[in-house]
Ligand binder design. Structure first.
Ligand code: DGT
Ligand code: CA
Ligand code: CA
Ligand code: ZN
Length: 575
């Protein structure tokens, strides 16, 4: 299937749902639905068509064609954004249940104030739906069936979603008497960008109280298996959680085993075999005689295997075993190493909080410096002007050093145009302390043009950071098609840092690309791209991703002291 067609199909389908949900004209909704399907199934790439060409697609009239053009040009459609803003995300989530139509979803929202699949499941359990007009016991059953179907689809969940659920559960289980240790393991501990399920480990003499507690926690919707060694549940959000209880003296072996990855474990078990040992979730044992030689801590297990303790984020069999054996594991970057955030927004553009509040919150995090980088004018929806950004600069200067001595950098997030041009001329760009530049439109240029475009932006003496370099959205939009090796080499050559955007649905660059970029000698910036105060805490996901890419503090410009950072930001300019 052609990628742009797929994107446009999803967008038009969403708009059709939004129209139906807001009680709009059903004929109009149906027209968009039809057009969506027609474009999805259209054999030629719609991004190469003009209005006239688009109108030749069955079911696509002038108004729909114009919206498609707007989307292909800017990456969004104003009227869709506006309609979307009227409806809580939860209601949009409700209509993803296969057996629940938009009209019923809206009724549930208006009459019962339900706005998530979880709340809906709870309401059905409390038999609250059957008395609503147009609903009944049969509808309740149908909807539950739909929720089950959706859950079976078994989508992987974002790291942040998994983390929030896991931390809540760990907190709850840790309170139970007899709990000697409790932690999450699996892909979540390895900070993989998505998780298939959540694996939780408890160390305790008796397992029953923990197994029982898990099945009764508020987020638990369904018990999949309830046993002595392992219990599995599904949460109201459809996330599976596996709980294992191990004996306290086998905590380390259990954590080592259930953290994985599978590929890493195969390597550690093979090393054990060569040493005449056997490694399992219960411990490291002598093959002959079965004497246990290590199990209490992970450190003990690794040491007995002749390895240093290996950070979970490296356990993917991507060279960490060899590096460990040679004593050359990297000292990976940690959250504590980060001295500041270099890509953030305020309510001057699409952020939610005023600058003073963002700055105060950043200072609370202990940062030495912080960059304010609102959107530049070519992202038309944000309505940025020269006057506004210059006024903001005055404001930034007036707050500089006022919060725990934190230094403020005034920057912007430029838009990389189709030919690699950015929003302002050189003289104007000169006034910024830092410029992030990102692709926000023209996602489908073709590889050669896309590569040339980005390399040209890197060559711009004022562009310091390439923002969310591939523009992928996890589970929603693939990254752009560009010659990434050329881009990474250009970044290394020009002194342009590659961003590791910490937004959980971006994590862009991702681990594999970081490894590749690092081999070109590029530098990185781990940024949150925060649009609100809570999002400043997304940093941890960016750091986890950076660790998975084997980065050390020296690779990451925002671990550096301000003086070194400022030198980097000057690139090779003479000014
Ligand atoms: P996920 O859940 O798909 O995101 O990925 P993981 O890595 O969390 O995988 P999961 O939940 O199936 O298992 C958790 C860990 O338990 C896994 O990383 C390694 C260990 N494990 C599970 N099954 C096996 C197995 O058959 N062999 C080995 N060596 N390890 C296993
Ligand atoms: Ca897992
Ligand atoms: Ca699992
Ligand atoms: Zn941004």
């Amino acid at each position: 299937m052609v990628r742009p067609n797929e994107e446009v199909e999803a967008l038009l389908q969403e708009y059709a749902d939004l129209i139906a949900i807001t009680g709009g004209d059903p004929f109009k909704a149906r027209a968009y639905e039809k057009a969506a399907r027609a474009i999805g199934g259209y054999p030629a790439d719609v991004s190469h068509l003009d209005i006239k060409g688009l109108k030749e697609i069955p079911g696509v009239g002038k108004s729909i064609a114009e919206k498609v053009i707007e989307y292909l040009r800017t990456g969004h459609v104003t009227v869709v954004e506006e309609t979307r803003a009227k409806i809580p995300a939860g209601v949009r989530q409700l209509i993803t249940i296969p057996t629940l139509g938009p009209r019923k979803a809206m009724a549930l929202y208006e009459d019962l104030h339900l706005s998530s699949v979880g709340e809906l499941a709870d309401a059905i359990k409390a038999e609250k739906l059957r008395d609503l007009k147009g609903f009944g016991e049969k509808t309740e059953e149908n909807i539950l069936h739909g929720i089950a179907l959706m859950q079976q689809a078994g989508e992987r969940i974002l790291l942040s979603t998994a983390m929030e659920t896991a931390e809540d559960i760990v907190t709850e289980l840790s309170r139970i008497t007899g709990c000697e240790n409790c932690a999450y393991a699996g892909s979540l501990r390895r900070m993989k960008e998505t998780a298939g399920d959540i694996d939780i480990l408890v160390a305790a003499a008796r397992s029953a109280p923990f197994m029982g507690a898990l099945t009764e926690l508020p987020p638990t919707a369904e018990v999949i298996a309830h046993g002595e060694k392992k219990t599995s549940i599904r949460t109201v959000k459809g996330v599976q959680v596996d709980l294992r209880v191990v004996r306290p003296d086998a905590w380390g072996a259990g954590m080592q085993y259930f953290t994985g990855s599978k590929a890493h474990n195969i390597r550690t078990r093979t090393i054990a075999v060569h040493l005449g040992l056997k490694l399992s979730e219960y411990g490291l044992f002598e093959t002959e005689g079965g004497k246990r030689v290590a199990s209490r801590s992970e450190d003990e297990v690794y040491t007995r295997l002749g390895l240093p303790w290996i950070p979970p984020t490296l356990r993917e069999d991507r060279g960490e075993i060899e590096a460990g054996l040679r004593g050359e594991l990297p000292e990976v970057v940690t959250e504590a190493d980060i001295n500041g955030d270099l890509h953030t927004h305020t309510d001057l553009t699409d952020g939610l909080a005023p600058m003073e509040e963002m700055v105060a919150a950043a200072a609370e995090r202990g940062y030495a410096y912080y960059a304010v980088t609102d959107h530049a004018p070519n992202l038309y929806m944000q309505r940025m002007t020269d006057e506004k950004i210059l006024a903001q600069r005055e404001h930034v200067r007036s707050l500089n050093g006022k919060h725990h001595g934190m230094r403020l950098l005034h920057g912007t997030e430029l838009n990389i145009g189709p030919d690699g041009e950015v929003d302002w001329p050189d003289e104007f760009l000169q006034g910024f302390d830092i410029c992030v530049a990102s692709v926000h439109s023209h996602f489908n240029l073709g590889r050669t043009a896309m590569t040339r475009r980005i390399v040209r932006a890197c060559n711009n003496p004022h562009v310091n950071v390439l923002g969310h370099p591939t523009t992928r959205l996890i589970g929603k939009r693939p990254g752009i098609d560009a010659g990434l090796d050329e881009v990474f080499a250009a970044c290394a050559r020009t002194g342009t840092a590659l961003e590791i955007n910490a937004q959980p649905d971006r994590l862009d660059l991702g681990d594999e690309n970081i490894l590749r970029a690092r081999s070109h000698g590029a530098k990185f910036a781990i940024d949150t791209d925060a649009h609100s105060i809570p999002q400043l805490a997304y940093l941890r996901y960016g750091v986890g991703t950076a660790q998975r890419g084997w980065l050390t503090p020296d690779d990451v410009i925002n671990t550096w002291p301000l003086r070194r950072l400022r030198r980097f930001l000057r690139k090779d300019r003479a000014d």
